[in-house]
Design a protein around this ligand. Structure first.
Ligand SMILES: Cc1cc2nc3c(=O)[nH]c(=O)nc-3n(C[C@H](O)[C@H](O)[C@H](O)COP(=O)(O)OP(=O)(O)OC[C@H]3O[C@@H](n4cnc5c(N)ncnc54)[C@H](O)[C@@H]3O)c2cc1C
Length: 408
């Protein structure tokens, strides 16, 4: 007889699990509390859906998940994702290793999932919120209780996501409560792949600006991590890919209100000697020109203005009136601009959640300790990856494994 599987959550992990289970002949019910499937998925990759990455390995994930990710990726890796999408009729293209649907539209990915679920006869229930899972007998079956109904199944897959994403995605961390009731441990959560609000006393650019730079995060003078790329500065914060990449290594300390600084180097390609030569050459230009004119060719004008204000100087000051040591201090600012971090922009601005259901409670086949027919997948688990398609890869890896195993 076909396995009866109930899946809570119609995001990429839940939909992927449903497809693998149904392709194996299971009778699948997918419960989604929103009025449509894959709401967050449709927002991924700036609406283009960066669904995986050719540079795929366990190092792209949180340290505590690395060992397990190595195993899981060997079961279902990037080529499996490409083939899976092929089977959905989605052609995948690479942009420097970053994988996207060739359509350039995340919505086409959501539609492909919907079509396949329909084709396979998966029952999709909208607008019901899963509240709890009741274990019947000696794990013989399970009852999934929603705010309106209850659904019986031989297997239950929990794919309710976590806390990250805009309000409209309704990511409220319901799964943590359900998993706790089933005896699982939840590792403390934090927003990840997120930008930071800076201390209110920090002088920032008047207008938003993007600038290529290296950004290092420090605590007590020790560098926690460094990333290179396009950093985004606003009146009240810093973000952009390098900041987001670093965020998961820093967020815990930020949330604990530890003194974290972002140190920005606008000249990462210059070693000390090269930079000193540049400085010496520029110093020859200390003449009638103003400070603003002097700095004009050095960096983005909004960054130059910010540095002038930070140095408490006037942009119309004549260079000939500014001492050499002062000019050297200005130069130092471009290689070590220190910005005190106050807070993160929170779960609503975060792409993922770090923490979640402890991997100590999740077995290799995605079932959980103590419950042979309950599976935990996707962002609900304590796995978070870097920007670049790694989080969707995890949703598909965990979803495919759970869907396949649950159907056996
Ligand atoms: C703006 C943004 C851009 C992103 N871009 C990328 C990207 O390009 N590449 C990448 O790899 N990752 C990206 N991510 C991360 C990626 O979207 C997530 O890792 C992924 O969606 C997690 O999948 P999931 O299925 O586990 O959870 P979700 O996508 O959150 O899906 C969970 C589903 O469960 C439903 N649900 C929740 N609680 C209940 C309940 N009690 N009952 C019933 N249903 C419930 C939710 O409504 C939701 O539909 C991005 C995230 C954001 C916010």
């Amino acid at each position: 007889m076909a396995r009866k599987i109930v899946i809570a959550g119609g995001g990429p992990a839940g939909m992927c699990a449903a497809i693998y289970a149904a392709r194996n002949g299971a009778d699948v019910t997918l419960i989604e509390k929103n009025s449509s499937l894959g709401k967050k998925l449709s927002m991924t990759g700036n609406g283009r859906c960066n669904l995986s990455n050719l540079e795929m390995n366990e190092k792209m994930y949180n340290l505590s998940a690395e060992k397990r990710m190595k195993e899981w990726l060997s079961v279902y890796g990037v080529l499996d994702v490409i083939n899976f999408f092929k089977s959905l009729g989605i052609v995948v293209k690479s942009e420097d290793g970053y994988l996207y649907p060739i359509s350039g539209q995340a919505s086409t990915v959501v539609t492909a999932f919907e079509n396949e679920l329909k084709r396979l006869g998966v029952r999709v229930v909208f607008g019901e919120q899963v509240k709890s899972v009741i274990v019947n007998g000696n794990e013989d079956s399970y009852t999934v209780v929603t705010n309106l109904n209850s659904y019986d199944g031989d297997r239950v897959i929990l794919a309710t996501g976590a806390l990250s994403g805009a309000k409209s995605t309704m990511s409220t961390g319901d799964g943590y409560y359900i998993c706790k009731q089933l005896g699982m441990n939840i590792k403390e959560t934090h927003p990840a792949l997120v930008g930071f609000r800076v201390d209110e006393n920090e002088i920032m650019p008047e207008a938003g600006v993007r600038c290529t730079a290296e950004v290092s995060f420090t605590l007590g003078g020790e560098v926690l991590c460094s990333e290179y790329g396009e950093v985004q500065f606003t009146k009240d914060g810093i973000s952009g890919i390098p900041v987001m990449q670093a965020s998961s290594k820093v967020i815990k300390f930020v949330d604990e209100k530890k003194p974290i600084y972002a140190c920005v180097n606008f000249f990462p390609d210059y070693d000390d000697e090269d930079y000193k030569s540049l400085e010496d050459e520029m110093l020859r230009l200390r003449d009638e020109r103003t400070l603003k004119e002097f700095l004009n060719g050095l960096c983005n004008s909004n960054i130059n203005d910010m540095i002038i204000r930070r140095m408490k100087m006037g942009s119309s000051m004549k260079m000939k009136n500014i001492s050499e040591s002062m000019v050297r201090s200005i130069f130092d600012s471009y290689r070590g601009l220190k910005i005190r971090i106050a807070d993160s922009f929170g779960y609503q601005a975060a792409q993922v959640t770090s923490g979640g259901v402890s991997l100590g409670d999740i077995k290799d086949d995605m079932t959980v300790n103590g419950h042979s027919g309950v599976f935990v997948i996707g962002e609900l688990a304590d796995v978070d990856g870097r920007c670049g398609g790694y989080n969707l890869q995890w949703a598909f890896t965990s979803g495919s494994i759970a869907g396949t195993v649950a159907s056996l």
